[in-house]
Design a protein around this ligand. Sequence first.
Ligand code: MSP
Length: 503
Amino acid sequence: MNKFYVTTPIYYVNDFPHVGSAYTTIAADILTRWHKLKGDEVFFLTGTDEHGKKIQQIAEYEGKTPKEFVDEIAKSFQELWIKLNVSNDYFIRTTNPDHEKEVKRILQELYDKGFIYKGYYEAYYCVGCEQYLNESDLIDGCCPLHKKEPEVRKEEAYLFKLSEFQKELLDLIRQDNLQILPLTRKNEIVNFIKEGLRDISISRKKSEVYWGVELPFDTSHTCYVWVDAFWNYITGLKNKGVFDKFWPPDIQLMAKDIVRVHSTIWIALLLALKISIPKTIFVHGYFTVEGKKMSKSLGNVVDPNKIIEKYGVDAFRYYLFRETPFGEDGDFSEKALVNRYNSELADQLGNLVNRVLVLVEKNFDGYVPKPYGEDLKKLALSASKAVENSMEEFQFHNALNDIFYLVNESNKYINEKKPWEIRDRKELGGILYNLLETLRFIAILLFPFTPETSGKIFEQLGLERRFSFEDLEWGKLKPEAKIKRGKILFEKIKNTTNNTKLN
Ligand code: MSP
């Protein structure tokens, strides 16, 4: 049995979850479910990043203690992931005492081994990013993401000898010992590292940032929020007692905003401590909303809770991953979601399921007829193979295209065969068996993307909700079993101009 360890970034709790954080988390869930289908043993970690100046400032502004503040927001993440059917094995919070203890332990180890030294650090720092910026990063003197002038910092600090790892990092990435995907991102990172890596500050004066893990060797400083945050990937496993079983990560998902820090500081820390490094970092794009950058000030930050209430969980999951090739930038548009909902989920998939089950009820009293002929077998098997290939290459939108090709071919098959005109029971039974069996394949293949819908299809086919890749074998559906037609899977949305607020 293969192990598979997948992580998302841990999200800042300065704000409630939105389409962007949901996107990465659902992507990790899709991979998790895919690997579980294949019989792998999976650990899926997500969580929240709760220290640092940004959070300290907002809590102060809201008149709360940082702890009160982070508790409330961390809960909203956990609740949303449950609603979104996200099947994470653990939710790590960096304010967890076990995590803090482990961070102190490694800081001490890095210090004892001479990788941390006291000095001065001067650089541009964007509080919005909680990251240092190079002069060449700035556009008109501002952070390109937050459009604000960064702080210039010169302060006494403890530094980590990042520069010592420049050559080793370059070699690892160039030779794909640390695989960075897609390839364009790998090239960007290689060029970035080639420009030179400076030692980085890993501490802040406690008088400046008190909301952080104290340095064990100098308690007048707290640890830089990123060092603390990276360690979640390790403490998440350790807290659950499964570090030895699952380390290192098979894939770490993130958007392009944080790939630099991951492929340099994170990896260098592991190298310094002689801990094996992740196999792959997969970088996806950034989402806009109706063509505009998502931002609080524009008031267009989409709340996934609102979308789920309106359209259901699976429509949201499906839309996000059908619309945008994984790895590229995307846009969230309610209109586009409704279009896909109506034309694909309702008209193509929902309609197919309903048509087939009605025909079986009408002609065979709801009992699965005997197989006869194997008209759709080749198509179903080749769709499974195509989905497998697409998934192994992280081409989620292609996997969905492959599945919907099978859906549409099945609809065509009904139109061409016209079962309502067929009098021969054996032939009619054969056609319906082929369709039922294809529905079973479709439900299994859709499971990573739309688990609730797959469950409903299985239920309607009279099957237990258990999904496995091994069941993608033609002819497993037992004749004589009773189907249970249920409610229409996706009721069409008539009023597409209904613009309730989504934030
Ligand atoms: N706390 C750090 C990560 C530490 S990991 C050791 C952080 N947090 S964050 O809340 O800003 O989350 C960043 C991640 O959220 C992105 O890398 C991406 O996965 C996701 N997204 C946030 N906004 C997004 C979009 N607009 N579009 C797509 N993904 C987005 O950085």
